[in-house]
Design a protein around this ligand. Structure first.
Ligand code: SF4
Length: 703
């Protein structure tokens, strides 16, 4: 962009809203951002979507927390706000930083010392920087003494990562989404990139226009299908039936890459055996796609010179999410569609730093760089580096932590930048747990639904108020620079985490995020040849990177896989039904997700003026026939109910939603979709089944 007379400086930084990782320039006047432009980053080449361009002013929202807050002694813990940003003075009083930190750390110390390390847990954030994630998990592991640390990756790609680690030995993407430029065929399954990764979608559209065969597979329709060669709206929850039928076709018609399979994989014979029961002709009734179409898609993918697969939450957020991912990985492995330009496996990461936060060890089973907490040599080396003994058992995941609070095991929590009161499944259950905690410290920028349950709230920094590194879906480590100061007495997140660490007895003395990055680089081989100075100069470096003067390897698995055998492991999957099937009482299928204008729980985007004007109220998307059957008009209020709760919201007619399905974005606190969702977990990734539960919808009187 060009600087105008209306601004006094420009700062190069990053969009905070999604895993695409668009580079931006913020234009500033009197310490306020007045506009944002796209920069020429490797993932966006000057483009931005509506969130990146117009979503920035949430940082100036009147509801920003600007002073530390302490819960009043007489305020009941289960008090729930009727409205966001309402008056909280009856529940919290303002405090100095000194008093708030003393109260926060005093409570944490007391519970740790009385009940031991397993009574403590922490949720960090995929919205924070790599440095913040690293410090957070280090605090939990060395200060609380357990591995009870997790973040919302558990709710998005945990099952994809479980499958990728098991089969190809690395949880990250094998190629950037820009690799679609070299692909003859691309499958996009369980994802809506035009809504959720909009700038990535522009690359997909361009590739399709240039001749890439774009195959879209999802129970809901989407506008990207206009660019597709094939669009398969299969039955929700029947992914494995469809994918195994594709594998059946590829094996039966001998379209697999025999040489690649022999040289680079293991487990092919078990797969041959398993998929025998999944012929397209058998599976067409199960998944709702004609056998001829399944065969055509399988042939297109397998016989293209280069094919790449992209997937999203529609694959991962199921009790069979790991199985879904295993099938996709198997497709790539048996056809050799990986490790070359234009091929690969790309789980589209949702949060701006979900890749980096996971890499930095913000997960209960792994230290930084996915080294198991249960491997003695690994633990001993980390113990000697951090100078503290650590627990040899994996910790609790997000939903397990909520259950452990109900069971009385977990009594104190530190939550930074996460909103489990909104994001977790079966919300009433999650909120009751938060209210039950003996001590809860929340670090955030707004009075989130979670913060209402806190004992101490520490006012933190928004994306534009801090400097740090972030790793996008393409494995590009990028530098975000501070644009404006935090408001009032709000502080940088790394500073707050360090103050808490010091208060619970850790001798930390980092002076700047770059000190943290330097320490991370010592324990994370993935950051080899990536330095802070380099990022200041170059803005973005892809990991793994072989030399200080190389841009990093966009494509991995060129020569085998980082598994013990060096081979990719084929793990066949069986068709498992969704946990809660529709019945007479709850005849519809409810699925949840995001929308273009709002990000996740809406804590940021619903406070951004332009985005809130575009999508100001809670809606449920429903097929026209179901609306007609109910006898209501689009815009009328309806009631949606599941076995876990009921919400009231407006109905919107949506041709993308098939008959018998309801879609509710989970960003609306006033009609929260997660009151309804099923907390049943995938056994491997421990991810809840947000994409499928039984529901019913009924008209109500105008409200
Ligand atoms: Fe921001 Fe993602 Fe939109 Fe890019 S695509 S501007 S990173 S929300």
């Amino acid at each position: 962009g060009v600087r105008t007379e209306f601004e006094d400086r420009d700062v190069d930084t990053l969009c905070p809203f999604c895993g695409v990782g668009c580079q931006t320039t913020a234009h500033v006047k009197d310490d306020k951002i007045i506009s944002v432009d796209g920069r020429d980053g490797p993932a966006n080449e000057n483009r931005l979507c509506v969130k990146g361009r117009f979503g920035y002013d949430y940082i100036d929202h009147a509801g920003r927390l600007t002073k530390p807050l302490i819960r009043r002694d007489d305020a009941p813990k289960d008090w729930q706000a009727e409205m966001r940003d309402g008056d909280y003075s009856a529940v919290f009083r303002e405090a100095t930083w000194e008093e708030a930190l003393e109260r926060a750390t005093g409570g944490l110390r007391a519970i740790r010392d009385e009940h031991g390390p397993f009574s403590m847990a922490g949720f960090g954030s995929a919205k924070g920087s790599n440095e913040e994630a690293y410090l957070f998990q280090k605090l939990v592991r060395t200060g609380f003494g357990s591995n009870n640390v997790d973040h919302c990756t558990r709710l998005c790609h945990a099952s994809s990562v479980a499958a990728l680690m098991e089969t190809v030995g690395s949880g990250a993407v094998s190629a950037p989404f820009t690799a679609i430029d070299d692909a003859e065929c691309a499958i996009v399954i369980g994802a809506r990139p035009a809504q959720n990764h909009p700038v990535a979608a522009t690359y997909f559209k361009r590739a399709a226009k240039r001749g890439t065969k774009l195959i879209i597979m999802d129970p809901r329709g989407q506008n990207l299908s206009r660019y597709a060669s094939h669009s398969l709206q299969f039955k929700a929850g029947r992914d494995v039936a469809l994918l195994n039928a594709m594998l059946y076709t590829i094996i039966e018609e001998e379209l697999y890459d025999r040489q690649y399979v022999q040289a680079n994989t293991e487990g092919f014979e078990e797969l041959q055996e398993r998929v025998k029961d999944y012929s397209p002709e058998e599976m067409e009734k199960v998944c709702g796609i004609e056998a001829a179409v399944i065969r055509d898609v399988a042939r297109t993918y397998a016989t293209a010179r280069t094919s790449i697969i992209f997937w999203g939450m529609g694959i991962s957020q199921h009790v069979h999410g790991t199985d879904n991912s295993r099938c996709l990985i198997t497709l790539a492995l048996i056809t050799g569609q990986v490790g070359r330009p234009g091929t690969g496996l790309h789980p589209l990461r949702g949060q701006n730093n979900v890749q980096g936060a996971s890499d930095a060890g913000l997960i209960p089973m792994f230290y930084p760089d996915y080294r198991s907490v249960e491997t003695d040599e690994v633990r001993e080396s980390i113990e000697s580096f951090w100078g503290k003994p650590m627990d040899p058992k994996r910790g609790l995941t997000v939903v397990e932590t909520i259950n452990a609070i109900h069971d009385g095991q977990v009594k104190a929590m530190y939550i930074m930048g996460e909103n489990p009161a909104m994001s977790d499944p079966d919300q009433n259950h999650a909120r009751q747990a938060l209210a039950k905690l003996e001590h809860l410290v929340v670090q955030d920028i707004f009075m989130t639904e979670t913060a209402w349950h806190a004992d101490v709230i520490l006012p933190a920094s928004a994306h534009a108020e801090k400097t740090g590194t972030f790793t996008n879906t393409n494995r590009q480590v990028q530098l975000a620079r501070q644009v404006v100061p935090p408001p009032g007495e709000a502080r940088q997140d790394w500073w707050i985490t360090q103050a808490l660490a010091q208060g619970i007895g850790l001798d930390w003395s980092y002076l700047h995020p770059k000190d943290v990055f330097a320490e991370m680089a010592q324990v994370m081989p993935s950051l080899n040849n990536i330095t802070w100075d380099r990022l200041e100069r170059e803005d973005s470096v892809t990991y793994p990177c072989d030399a200080p003067d190389e841009p990093g390897n966009e494509i991995i698995f060129v020569n085998g896989f980082p598994t013990t055998s060096g081979r990719g492991k084929i793990v066949p999957a069986k068709l498992i039904p969704p946990d809660e099937l529709p019945d007479n009482d709850y005849p519809m299928v409810l699925t949840t997700g995001r929308m273009l204008e709002h990000w996740h729980t809406g804590a940021m985007t619903r406070r951004a003026t332009a985005l809130d004007m575009l999508e100001p109220e809670a809606v449920v998307m429903v097929n026209a026939r179901d609306i007609l059957r109910m006898g209501v008009e689009p815009g009328d209020y309806v009631q949606v109910q599941t076995r876990r709760g009921t919400i009231l919201l407006k109905v919107r007619q949506d041709g993308d939603v098939p008959e018998g399905m309801l879609f509710i974005p989970f960003c609306f606190a006033e009609a929260a979709a997660n009151v309804l969702t099923n907390p049943q977990l995938d056994p491997f990734g421990k991810i809840p089944e947000f994409k499928f539960c039984a529901a019913r919808i009924e008209p109500v009187q105008a409200v």
